[in-house]
Design a protein around this ligand. Structure first.
Ligand SMILES: CC(C)(COP(=O)(O)OP(=O)(O)OC[C@H]1O[C@@H](n2cnc3c(N)ncnc32)[C@H](O)[C@@H]1OP(=O)(O)O)[C@@H](O)C(=O)NCCC(=O)NCCS
Length: 143
């Protein structure tokens, strides 16, 4: 997903607002989750949000999101945000996060999602790491 950083989306330093980045992360990841399960989804959690570098007004935001892991009804989507300077084409990694979504049935109860089957070594690594995070989230909720 791409978005141009407009004046309304910037802070007093002229860079994109953190809240705008979170909003776009939520949208990009929700679309990925819905495309995986073909169901309505809700955002259950956003973790490990990191803002590494600012994106100035007039630059482009590029959001790259993918399904890392599926549980029974939940999915972890990883998102990486980059800023692109339109004059030079230089791209900077500016933030990343993990978002959890839950698929809902027609009565708005959690419903099973298709299992993600990782193929490449990279996908398998992402899946295993995300499975550990999902377990940690469950433990955290039990505390
Ligand atoms: C997310 C939600 C549907 C979970 O409902 P619930 O009754 O707690 O459901 P369950 O306990 O059966 O859990 C269902 C799944 O959600 C996951 N889940 C629940 N709370 C979670 C959280 N805070 N973070 C990550 N995953 C969560 C569970 O691990 C479980 O995953 P699994 O099926 O893959 O094992 C419910 O808490 C909710 O509606 N929250 C509000 C969502 C919302 O309004 N979001 C913002 C706008 S979209």
């Amino acid at each position: 997903m791409r978005e141009l950083v407009l004046p309304n989306d910037t802070n007093s330093h002229g860079n994109v607002l953190g809240g705008k980045v979170l909003h776009l992360m939520d949208l990009a990841c929700a679309m990925v989750a819905m495309r995986h399960c073909r169901r309505p989804v809700v955002t259950a959690a956003m973790d490990n949000v990191e803002f590494l570098a600012p994106i100035p007004g007039g630059h482009s935001m590029i959001l790259k999101a993918m399904v890392n892991y599926t549980g029974r009804s939940s999915m972890e989507i990883g998102v990486r945000v980059e800023g692109e300077d339109p004059r030079t084409g230089d791209i900077t990694h500016t933030s990343s996060a993990y978002l959890s979504f839950v698929a809902l049935d027609d009565l708005k109860n959690p419903v099973e999602v298709p299992e993600l089957i990782p193929f490449s070594e990279e996908e398998k690594r992402r899946f295993q790491e995300a499975a550990k995070r999902a377990e940690l989230r469950k433990e955290h909720r039990r505390d």
